[in-house]
Structure formats: structure tokens, C-alpha cells
Design a protein around this ligand. Sequence first.
Ligand SMILES: Cc1cc2nc3c(=O)[nH]c(=O)nc-3n(C[C@H](O)[C@H](O)[C@H](O)COP(=O)(O)OP(=O)(O)OC[C@H]3O[C@@H](n4cnc5c(N)ncnc54)[C@H](O)[C@@H]3O)c2cc1C
Length: 458
Amino acid sequence: MTEHCDVLVIGAGPAGLAAACAAAAHGAKVVLVDMQPRAGGQVWRQDLRKPAVAAARAAFAELSARPDIRCLQQAQVVAARPGQVLIEHAGTAMELHYRALVLATGARELLLPFPGWTLPGVTGAGALQALVKQGWPIAGKRVLVAGSGPLLLAAAATLHAHGAQVLAICEQAPAAQLRGFAMQLWRWPSKLIQAAGLRARLAGVPYRSGIWVRAASGDERVTEVEIESARGVERIACDHVAVGYGLVANTELAQQLGCELTAQDPHPHVRVDTRLMTSVADVYAAGEACGIGGVDTARIEGAMAGCFAAGADKEAEALRARRDHARAFAALLPRHFALRKQIHLAATPPTVVCRCEDVSLSQLQDHHDWRAAKLATRCGMGSCQGRICGAALAELRVFDSTRPATNAAHPTPVPPTPATTAHSARPPVFPTRLASLAGSFSSEGKAAEHDPAAQSKP
Ligand SMILES: Cc1cc2nc3c(=O)[nH]c(=O)nc-3n(C[C@H](O)[C@H](O)[C@H](O)COP(=O)(O)OP(=O)(O)OC[C@H]3O[C@@H](n4cnc5c(N)ncnc54)[C@H](O)[C@@H]3O)c2cc1C
């Protein structure tokens, strides 16, 4: 099946919703695609037992009031090239041709390995939040929330609201860095109000800084977590450990399209110009895909990108000052929540790094780059397609020359993982039915002709 639209928006989080509505408001025929069953993205994910927040309700109402937006939910974009994408939806493959594209693909949690992190009961902080919103029973369970970044507070507040006994929130950043962050929040009153509101909802829950998870243990599932600080090691009995180290942008589709990424840290995001256009003509990006910035940034950038994509440049420009202000907040996050080296060193040689294919850190250290490790161990070739282990290996710099060499036979400096290189994500970005791929991009040549990674193959 082949369809055409003026503006295609991938991702129905705050950025994608704003982009779709803005483009439609300026006369574009819009298709909005998301793989989740309901719109809302990560922050506005439906909570089965709580009403949506006012901003989310307003965004959903605006979406349903616009007949010129076609919404495809539970639809995965599995491959992309300039001008068209391949979608799997309701068991069928669909080619969608677009005039302009807005990538609003958001972010995922950064999970880092430590001994015991694969035990049942150990999850990401945002992951447990998502499970609980969808009905996972947490009432009365003892949960330790740990890691880094503002998401810890939001996740803990959800768990607390659903009856969990949150033992503590353990933030790895030192108190001085957190104070420095808090002192600047007055410039973003909505953030200050949000932080104060979350803290008030978590009254009585200890918030501890300069403390991190070393290991989790238990037989069938986690029963104890070991945390460390300057004061030494503590062991805490618990039922769940929710550990997240911040967020990393979803860039796979952008990479497939050949969009340039930034590379100043191990987790690149999509590079955009002042019009939010990527390095590929008529492909725009907004929200977390362009760098972790929170819901306010996502909404403003979504609206801007939607306007630009529909040719409403004047309306887009009117949002520029608000966007720049929101992005200035985003710039604080890497500085104040930088990860300490103890977290990078938590995994021991037997610790599993690739959970899909059961590959340990010691198996990876025998290889001098990601590609060699992947070929020999299948690391990154499981169902998550390297989304978890790829980001972890990039953060840990396992293959980086700046990390002390563990194998004297391979001392040559190599780049960390393909995640930092544009053009490296090959289709499909998710496990896909063979039938979908067989007929992919049939109407205008083969996908491989436009896949730079495929072109470079011998
Ligand atoms: C697990 C998690 C929980 C979070 N919880 C909170 C919170 O409680 N409070 C808070 O302030 N912030 C939270 N955040 C931060 C949050 O990411 C942002 O503030 C906000 O949601 C960003 O909006 P966005 O539109 O850029 O991206 P998202 O909200 O991430 O939306 C991106 C959307 O793109 C879709 N998508 C991606 N790739 C494809 C594809 N190939 N095909 C189809 N659809 C695709 C996804 O399904 C998703 O719905 C959370 C982040 C994560 C990862």
C-alpha cells in the first residue's frame, strides 16, 4: 500500500503532537505516526489509574479537533529514506511518501551495567514508571530509585502515587553540583514549579546525593541492593531497584536518512540548523531527538518544526526566543548531572552487557572495536538492536583509546561505537516481518540504493 502526504510527523510525544497540529493549522495534509497504542510519548504516557495532566489533555483535544491529521497508532516506521518511509501497521506494510518530514522520535533511558542488573526486579527508573502507569502492581513494594537526572524525581513520584514504598532517591551527582543546578532554576519558573511540586509529593522520601548503585543481588529476583558514597558501602533490602542514568536521543531513523549527528559526547543527537532542518533537505527534527531538553523544549520545537515544514516561516520565527530560552535549560543538564567514573567502572568482567545475546564485558574487551565485537559475539544483534548495549558501551568507552587498554594485542585507537557515526543505522530499525522488507520501497527503486551503509559494502 502506498500513500502520500504533505507533512509526515514521526512520534506522537509532545514534540510530534505540536508539530502535527502546527503543520495542519497552516494547511498541510499531515500524517502522524507512532508505535504506541496512544499518543503522548514518554512524559504523557497514559496512566491507567490517573487522569492526564492539563497540557496533555489540551494537546489530545487539539489533535482530535483536526480532521486534516491522519493518526496511525501502533505503527512502526522501520525504514526511511529521503521522500518516503516504510511503516508496519496492523500487520501490513505501508509506504508513505512525504514532501516534508518532522522527526520527533524522542529519547530512551540510558541503562548501564552493574553486577545483578539483569535480575528480575531491577529496571530502568523510567521503565518502572512506564510499567506502573500501565498497571504493574507496585503498592506496598520497597523500591530504591537511583541513577542520575531529573527523571528520577518524576519516576519516584509516579511510584509513590501508586502506593510504592520509595526507600530513597539516590542521585549520583554531588550535592554542590545539584545546588548549582537548583540555583539557576529561577530562570525557568515552570521547571522550578515542577521540581518543587515533585519534591512536595515525595515528602518523607529521602533524596540523597553523591551516592550510586554498585550491585544488586538475590536468587530468583532482587532482594538487596548495594550502594556506595564517600561514606562507604551500604546494603539495603528491597523488592525493586529502578536505576536510570539520564536519556539518550533516538537517532536511528535520522541516521538512515543520512542526517548529520552531533558528536560532542558519547550519545549524539540530530544536528539541526536555526530552522530546525537537519542536514537533509526537508527533513526537520524536534524535541529530545535534537538533544535532551524536557517537555517544554519538545513542545516549542515541535510547533516550530511543524510551522517550518508547512512553509509558515513567520509563525515559526515568532517562537524562536522561547525555543532558545528552553534550550538554555537543556544545556545545564550534562554539566550538572555528569556521570562519575565509579559508575563507568561498576561492571565487572563477568557482568552481562548485551542482555539480548548474553554477552559479558570480558567477552567484549577482547575486541578492539564494536564491529569486531559484534561479529564475534553477536553483541547488539538481538531484539533491541543495540539500543541498550550500544549506548552503554559508548558511555563506558569500552572500545575507546581514552580508556586504559585491556588487551595489549589491540592498542590502536578506534571510535567508540557506530552510534556516533551518521549513516550507520541500516534498515530495519526494529525487528520486522520479512514480507515487509521484501516489498520495501518497491515503487521507486530499492531502499539499498539510498542506504549509504549498504553502498559502502564491498
Ligand atoms: C522512559 C521515560 C520516561 C519519562 N518520564 C518523564 C516524566 O515523567 N516527566 C518528564 O518531564 N519527562 C519524562 N521523560 C522525558 C521525556 O522524554 C520528555 O520530556 C518528552 O516526552 C519529550 O518529548 P518528545 O516528543 O521529544 O519525545 P517522546 O515523548 O519520547 O516521544 C517520541 C515518540 O516517538 C515514537 N517513535 C520513536 N521512534 C519511532 C518509530 N520508528 N516509529 C514510530 N514511532 C516512533 C515513540 O513511540 C514516542 O511516542 C521521560 C523519558 C523517558 C525515556
